[in-house]
Design a protein around this ligand. Structure first.
Ligand SMILES: [Zn+2]
Length: 464
């Protein structure tokens, strides 16, 4: 049974999601080529492209391919498995473990994930995201390194304009260094991402043979992402490839919940303005939480999870419809989301369970009991034994946000270890033991020490 269909069968009703535009499952050649250009409008000085793509997109090439297809005749739907076997790595961006049905969520938000587990996939509900936001976590997924080892994260003292325009697009953060080998260099790989942080300025797209990445959040969610995956499968995926997909439907901007949703109240969508003191987000985070805003946020996030799961089901169906069998499937998330807990909204700067506890799924394969670093996805997707890693993570100050709060929030380095449980912030003495050595390295890294210096420091500390 197709994943989307199986998912629908286990949900109470998929009525509001049925309006989610259904992508063309058996697109004829001409239509496929035409829709393939929709996400890649030709850049013009007045209308920049919404999507970075390494795929050819000029009208001439498209017309040529269309004519060739017309001469050769349209390809019939392939038989599953006829195009080869691929590895599929999915990051469900911003998905908290406690919102997964098989992890205890009572509402039917994740029928696709639940069905995968029912079919035999191994799932951990206590995986810990390696970083607190998109950049550091994906850098760990792609390198297999901890955040203080690869050094891609927010900076306490970001360099000024000398870093160039790409730095400004990325924000106050250090991109993934070219010095670290990435998954897409060890196995042939293509990427479709709904999250714009995976574009070239972060270093995360390095090594991918083809990639489709939007320039803004919200531009490649849901049916649009499914269509981009279908196009990638038809045009660029080969036997033996790694297909990496970031599904960002649970990330802001939150979509509105429709009137006829079977179990969620209708809500107007929203996104957070985190750059001024004249915003709902600022008022909430500064200590005047609004119960109505919190309720709305919780419902909108739940709807985002439901949409992300629906997109996942359709992506898996698209892979099968394109004739590929799955050599292995790994699904995880890069971080969670605060929904008012601890007077916080969004993600990225603190390390409570709401921000760090994510699902980790593998099929086929097994997972250990207890806390596990989600960086294990790096090993699992290659079919390798999971490397033993300490389960710990650090978050760094955000200079612009801390300025909004007169340095009272977002100004400290915070670190957490789950084995054994230990929390630390930079206004406390550094603890003894392995976490202490790691914190020294984290502090040096956060203050802008370059990667070479950081590696030297880690070696001196006996950290490998
Ligand atoms: Zn993310």
């Amino acid at each position: 049974m197709p994943h989307a269909q199986a998912a629908a069968a286990t949900a109470h009703s998929a009525a509001p999601l049925d309006r989610f535009p259904k992508p063309a499952a058996d697109a004829v050649c001409g239509l496929t080529l035409h829709t393939g250009t929709l996400l890649r409008p030709r850049p013009s000085p007045n209308r920049p492209s919404l999507v970075d793509s390494t795929q050819p997109s000029t009208p001439g090439i498209v017309l040529g391919l269309w004519l060739l297809a017309a001469v050769l005749g349209c390809r019939s739907r392939p038989v599953a498995g006829s195009s080869g076997s691929i590895s599929v790595f999915v990051v469900l961006d911003t998905v908290r473990a406690d919102h997964i049905g098989v992890c205890g969520e009572a509402r039917p938000l994740t029928p696709t994930l639940d069905a995968l587990v029912a079919e035999g996939a191994a799932l951990s509900c206590t995986a810990i995201a390696p970083g607190s936001w998109t950049l550091p976590s994906h850098a760990s997924f792609f390198t297999g390194l901890e955040v203080t080892e690869h050094g891609a994260h927010a900076l306490a003292n970001p360099p000024e304009e000398a870093e160039g325009s790409s730095r400004r697009k990325l924000g106050p953060a250090r991109k993934l260094s070219d010095a670290h080998a990435v998954l897409a260099e060890s196995m042939p790989a293509v990427m479709v991402s709904g999250n714009p942080v995976l574009g070239p300025s972060s270093g995360l797209s390095r090594g991918f043979r083809h990639r489709t990445v939007p320039k803004h959040f919200g531009k490649l969610y849901g049916a649009r992402l499914v269509k981009a995956v279908q196009n990638m499968l038809k045009e660029n995926v080969r036997d033996g490839d790694l297909l990496f997909i970031n599904i960002a439907d649970a990330h802001t901007p939150y979509r509105s919940i429709p009137e006829d949703h079977p179990f969620l109240s209708p809500r107007e969508g929203l996104t957070w303005n985190q750059s001024t003191t004249d915003s709902d987000w600022f008022r909430f985070v500064s200590g005047t939480p609004d119960p109505a805003l919190e309720t709305r946020t919780r419902d909108l996030y739940a709807y985002g999870i439901q949409r992300a799961d629906r997109t996942l089901g359709r992506v898996l169906d698209a892979i099968e419809a394109a004739g590929f069998s799955r050599r292995r499937l790994v699904i995880t998330s890069d971080h969670g989301e605060y929904l008012g807990e601890h007077n916080l909204l969004g993600h990225g700067h603190y390390l409570h369970d709401e921000n760090q506890m994510v699902p980790l799924l593998v099929q086929p394969g097994t997972l250990p009991e207890g806390f596990i670093s989600a960086t294990a996805a790096h090993d699992l997707i290659q079919g390798q034994p999971i490397q033993e890693r300490p389960v710990r993570v650090a978050a760094w100050p955000h200079p612009k946000k801390s300025a909004l709060f007169d340095q009272q929030k977002f100004h400290l380095i915070q670190a957490r270890s789950w084995t054994p449980a230990l929390e630390w912030t930079s206004d406390q003495p550094t603890p003894d033991g392995p976490l202490g050595a790691w914190l020294v390295a984290a502090k040096a890294s956060a203050s802008g020490v370059g990667d070479a210096e950081l590696h030297g420091l880690l070696e001196q500390l006996g950290y490998h």
